[in-house]
Design a protein around this ligand. Structure first.
Ligand code: ATP
Ligand code: MG
Length: 160
């Protein structure tokens, strides 16, 4: 379902990451451990299609990420990959509900208020649905970022 082959990434002339092969199957969870600076964030960004590797291939659900660019890559990412970044990047001027509605809209998916309510309920933050991100506790804000990562029912979820 997710495979990476012969991945190499360079910033400038230095190799930041060399990875021969990786394969993930449905319902598997992987924990990536490694010393500071050994390429974990670089790998996650490559597997999420956020940066293009200098060489190598990432395939998710039979789609080669390298064959997509611009709008088509953004849409594939929005629909297929959920990403929980270390910096949460919630939109400060939008309510919790509107942040989640925006994630569906940007992926070209139909509005689904019932799904938003259900996901917020599953994460125990339905009472904060109308709050702005600045009015949330840190743990609540993290759960909103998790909600945003799962709202489009992606095939893969990355947690930075
Ligand atoms: N934008 C960049 N430009 C140049 N070098 C970079 C850039 N981003 C990362 N690097 C370098 O690439 C290497 C891998 O960085 P990366 O952020 O992937 O490491 P990491 O394993 O996530 O580290 P940490 O555990 O500290 O978060 C490091 O040596 C880092 O200094
Ligand atoms: Mg990192």
């Amino acid at each position: 379902m997710l495979t990476a082959e012969q991945i190499r990434h360079r910033y400038g002339t230095r190799d930041a990451l060399v990875l021969d092969a990786f394969a993930g199957a449905p319902n598997e969870s992987w924990l990536i451990l490694g010393q500071s600076g050994n390429g974990k964030t670089t790998l996650l960004h490559i597997l999420a299609g956020l940066i293009r590797p200098t060489a190598g291939k990432v395939i998710i659900n039979r789609q080669d990420l390298g064959a997509l660019s611009g709008f088509r890559l953004d849409r594939f990412r929005g629909r297929t990959i959920g990403f929980v970044p270390q910096q949460l990047h919630l939109i400060g001027s939008l309510s919790v509900t509107a942040n989640l509605a925006l994630a569906r809209y940007l992926a070209g998916l139909p509005a689904d208020a019932a799904r938003i309510t259900r996901v917020l309920k599953d994460l125990g933050i339905e009472d904060r649905a109308d709050a702005l991100p600045t009015a949330l506790s840190h743990g609540q804000a993290q759960r909103v970022a998790v909600a945003r990562a799962v709202i489009n029912a992606p095939a893969v979820i990355h947690r930075g």
